[in-house]
Design a protein around this ligand. Sequence first.
Ligand code: SF4
Length: 356
Amino acid sequence: MDRRITKQVRVGDVTIGSTQTIAIQTMWSSALSEYRDEQSFQELLTKLRSYATMGCDLIRFSYPTIDEHEIFSRICASSPMPVIADIHFDWKLAIDAFACKAAKIRINPGNIGARWKVEEVIRAAKDHDGAIRIGLNGGSLPHHLRSGDHARAMVDTALTYIDWFEHLDFDRIVVSLKDSDGETTYRANTEIASKLAYPLHLGVTEAGGLVSSVTRSTWILGRLLQQGIGDTIRISITDDRIYEIEAARELLRTVGLESSGIRVVSCPRCGRSTFDSQKFLKQIQVRLLAIRHPVTVAIMGCQVNGPGEAAHADIAITGIGNKVFLYEKGTLVREVALEDAESALFDRLEAFINEQ
Ligand code: SF4
């Protein structure tokens, strides 16, 4: 698939744009103030490391007050992936985020205020070797534009802001245009993609819970990605962040933009099942996502149809009652007790990957 040719923007040790791998992002869901004590801070780092292992490339934190300077600096220094600060309204906070060593900030210049304030932020980005995402949402457009076509309004507004940045000879820009209406998001991104050469961050804002968000995001972002549009993505879900990372990876894989990592094939279960494939898949999900080698794993609910349906998987597991059966390339290789299913599966996976 041909990707849109854009400028390449460095965000810490991740480069965004053109032929670079599409970067997966998520956003931390709790306030920075919760991580001032050592134990909470270490728990945060453990979670960030697991996100990184699952394939998350960039993490964004809301940075709402300078009172969090110390903890945010600590997070920026310790995070396993580049940190982005989400800033609203306060230009001094945006500057302080770079002082904390955020690799990028996300601002809507419209709510930062006067142009000179935005220009001070741009100068700080230059001084700190940082990048800036110009992030516009349909819901935060200037009042006089809210009743019209949000897609056109977001494109025109973004182009005006980009002039401010280019006027200061700053080009480490990523642009995002999001609306809670998926088709508006789609139109805004196809249009802006034809008008500028900066990388685009894709997302559908306020997309809802797991099913709603994944369905809407897949429909909207999938069509953009198929046209080569999009350089970073976030599947915004009102749920655990691991679903955002998993959904983004699955989308990129389905569109053909990523080949690494586990592809899970699992049956939906039916009355024939005596092996709880749903529970087992949930139990091993995080471990599976941490595997970056391209392997197809099948989790099937019964011994009647499971092996046949899983014949094309590299490794498959199915069971009857308290026994499970492991298959490699369709051939039965091991039978173990149910309580040993997880360790047996991962032992087999490790051996399979090492043999490749
Ligand atoms: S593999 Fe077995 S349990 Fe799963 S859907 Fe098919 S018949 Fe039902």
